[in-house]
Ligand binder design. Structure first.
Ligand code: 5GP
Length: 194
């Protein structure tokens, strides 16, 4: 049963390349915020660390987790599976931690169905598609065809902004970060001091 002192779930979604992963990492540096580490069947990028950025697993393992009903939500994104396991999230919330999710609109829709969970949904947009293309190309982490695929899904991704509580344009990373911090502060109760 959720209680008054449980943490809050903060979801950040965006079209790929809008800066959400960086923002989630910046937020996680504050006390009382923990990132939900997802499982994925995607191959790690050169700078990514297993068990830290993701739990990188193969499709068989992912299917085993689905069959064991271990996922709070999961989705197929760009031909790979991504999912959030239930137990670590519930444990963190029960300890009063706020949990940050870097997940897509499909996962957000699924989490929204758990009415008993406190959820703040934030959608981050790049200033323009042109700027997004620049960032995805500069990021230089994905092969050219992966960048093209991500750009192609941009229009389909942004129509889901309506499912979110807040929309922020990431023109400047620090401003965007401060806006998110303010949203979280106004939606979470102050820590009680006895
Ligand atoms: P990337 O491959 O760039 O790390 O992530 C691709 C997309 O998958 C991003 O939009 C990211 O937010 C989303 N994603 C990452 N983890 C999860 C997850 O556990 N569930 C869902 N539904 N989406 C995820």
């Amino acid at each position: 049963m959720p209680s008054e002192n449980d943490g809050v779930m903060i979801v950040l979604s965006s079209p790929s390349g809008a800066g959400k992963t960086t923002l989630v990492k910046m937020l996680s540096k504050s006390d009382n915020y923990e990132i939900s580490i997802s499982h994925t069947t995607r191959k790690p990028r050169p700078n990514e660390i297993n068990n830290q950025d993701y739990y990188f697993v193969n499709e068989n393992e992912f299917k085993r987790l689905i069959n064991n009903q271990e996922f709070l939500e999961y989705a197929k994104v760009f031909n790979n599976f991504y999912g959030t396991t239930r137990t670590p999230v519930i444990d963190k919330l029960n300890k009063g931690k706020n949990v940050l999710f870097d997940i897509d609109w499909q996962g957000t829709k699924k989490l929204s169905k758990f009415k008993e969970l406190k959820l703040i949904k934030i959608f981050i947009l790049p200033p323009s598609k042109k700027e997004l293309e620049k960032r995805l190309t500069q990021r230089n982490e994905d092969k050219k065809e992966a960048v093209t695929k991500r750009l192609q899904s941009y229009e389909n991704d942004i129509i889901h902004w309506q499912d979110y509580d807040y929309i922020i344009i990431n023109e400047n990373l620090d401003n965007c970060f401060r806006q998110i911090e303010n949203i979280i502060k106004t939606n979470t109760k102050p820590v009680k001091i006895n």
